[in-house]
Design a protein around this ligand. Structure first.
Ligand code: CLF
Ligand code: SF4
Length: 273
């Protein structure tokens, strides 16, 4: 496992992994429409809420259109010289879409100096990591909302896994096993990993420190606790207050570094944080 110091060198210039970095930017490529799970707080009318602001729908791009977008941004006087990261974060789950891999391949060929970053629900992570590592994915985010399958079963209604639909505790067990196995393997492969956790009052708030402990043991670099936006099946749960969110992050900070500057970007965001 890379030391903290080595990890910090790897993420130098990454605006999400470095706190207080407002000088270097990231571009998101919205090439991944399909999703393979159902989070209770997702309507699927919008971008993946695991790492974006609900209520926005990004314009979908093909891998070739995405490359045109990267060229345009890299040539722009505002962003060009400050752009460091190309991220794929939806609008569905990047790993449920072959376009993600093709896009990273094309980016790597033409812009080898751009850092490649991805955000996923983790279901297909263990089986995708060798390919992602080969494509030189350097930073990875996985959204993990539980430790116990009983808790996860209250958050996710179903998963589609290897051609079969699972629901309830079966779905939860498959998803959690993939997520924790995936982050462990990603760290071993040298990727710098962030975990996003959606704070869902009354469902996973008490379990968040356990998630923090568990991911710390696997070598995750930083954790990003995000507030629930009540909608879909979880529309009846009140959003956490700013104080609840701060308390959760402060408590976790004793266990693992906390990100506090997330902008809950769109799947087609571009620019600085
Ligand atoms: Fe994008 Fe995510 Fe990579 Fe950043 S966003 S895939 S790690 S390059 Fe950043 Fe945006 Fe927050 Fe994400 S501010 S939503 S944490
Ligand atoms: Fe929605 Fe993202 Fe969850 Fe898929 S992973 S159901 S797109 S929030």
């Amino acid at each position: 496992m890379a030391s903290r110091c080595e990890q910090m060198k790897k993420i130098h210039g990454h605006p999400c992994f470095e706190a207080n970095n407002h000088k270097t930017g990231r571009i998101h490529l919205a090439v991944a429409p399909a999703c393979n799970i159902k989070c209770g707080y997702c309507t699927r009318k919008h971008d993946c809420v695991n790492e974006s602001r609900p209520g926005v729908t990004s314009r979908l791009l093909s891998p070739l259109e995405a490359m045109d977008r990267v060229r345009e941004v890299m040539a722009s006087p505002i962003y060009g010289s400050s752009m460091r990261v190309v991220g794929i974060a939806g609008p569905g789950d990047p790993l449920a879409n072959r376009q993600t891999f093709e896009t990273f391949r094309l980016v790597g060929e033409e812009f080898p100096d751009l850092m490649k970053c991805m955000s996923t629900n983790g279901l297909l992570l263990p089986e995708s990591l060798d390919e992602l590592s080969h494509l030189n994915l350097q930073t990875l985010t996985v959204t993990i909302n539980a430790v116990k399958p009983e808790t996860a079963a209250r958050i996710y209604s179903h998963v589609f896994y290897h051609g079969k639909r699972y629901s309830g505790k079966d779905a939860a067990e498959i998803l959690l096993a993939s997520q924790y196995e995936g982050i462990q393997k990603a760290v071993k492969l040298g990727m710098v990993v962030k975990v996003n956790t959606v704070l869902i009052p009354g469902i996973n708030d008490a379990e968040i420190p356990e998630i923090a402990e568990k991911i710390k043991d696997t070598g995750v670099f930083v954790m990003n606790v995000m507030p629930l936006i009540p909608q879909a099946e979880l529309a009846h749960i009140p959003a956490p207050s700013a104080m609840q969110l701060k308390e959760a992050r402060d408590r976790n900070e004793q266990i693992i570094s906390q990100m506090r500057h997330c902008k809950q970007c769109r799947a087609d965001a571009v620019g600085f944080l």
